[in-house]
Design a protein around this ligand. Sequence first.
Ligand code: A3P
Length: 339
Amino acid sequence: MSSFLSTLVGSKEEEEKEEVEYNIICQKHKLLLQTLTKGNGWRVQHLYNYKGFWLNPNTVKNNLLLHTYFKSLPTDIVLAAFMKSGTTWLKALMFSTLNRHRYNFSDHHLHNHGPQSTFPFLDCESYPITDFTNIPISPRLFATHYSYTLLPACIKSGKIVYVCRDPKDVLISKWHFMSKLRSKDLPPLSLDVAFELFCQGESEYGPFWEHILSYWRASLESPEKILFLKYEEMKKQPEVVVRKLAAFMGKPFAEEEEEKGVVGDIVKLCSFENLSNLEVNNKGVEKFGSLVEVEKRDFFRKGEIGDWKNYLNEEMKERIDRITDDKFKGSGLSLNATV
Ligand code: A3P
């Protein structure tokens, strides 16, 4: 047989093997859903408790696929966050910091492309068709909302940037966002119900506190592998955070760049005021897999610390703060103090 022919036969066999493997995972997923505890969804009707975290049926399936198909490179960097904690902002910051030599700040890629499109979101990709071998730039960047415990070992061996945010602001941000995406077949989700579910840990990718702790503990064990950031710190000292980020990603700013004010240029480019006013971030939708479409403008709401004060009463505030204090007791982590 000619080598050309054997390659073709080989790839056909490979394809068939892959299809069988994919079908086995789909079957496993179907059976798995029957065994998992069901909870209330914010966007869809039901969430499933998978290994301690509440996921919608598709993100359970994609977690199985991610574990089977994702091939990491040692240079990969993954941005991880609980939903509504600053993913969009950090995507813009990481992308523009790493690619600062490729673009001019007066005519930048981010002027015409939304932050979501700058690098792939692992939780919604079409595995195994998407294999990321087409990404030409190193390090490759990826984003995820999965907890640390749900990541494949190959991702854990690379670098991770994690961002967290005051739970009260996360709750309000998430309630607004999910209410927009919520299936029209379901009754609206009131803030009171969302609050109760959030406190019980029941929301997509939750419990919120366990999510944070999963990365916090890992960052204490391997600080060189996990950069742990807070949204509030980023708001207060964006330049300090951008310098940390650049050094962590292996591209610290040179003296000459500091003198030219490149750090300030990046902060300005990625600021809420700038990004939220760009036409590209106000028109059209961002697709996540085949099922979820998000209006691009919905990634930018207020971008402030403390908007929860306009929604939560004193009793609600105290309840969340108490849960946060209890959960984080002895961990060395505090979020309430940042507000
Ligand atoms: P609010 O709803 O409180 O305004 P994520 O990107 O993880 O989905 O988080 C969304 C939250 O980050 C929203 O918070 C959004 O407005 C805010 N945000 C988006 N871009 C931002 C930026 N460049 N600077 C600060 N906050 C930003």
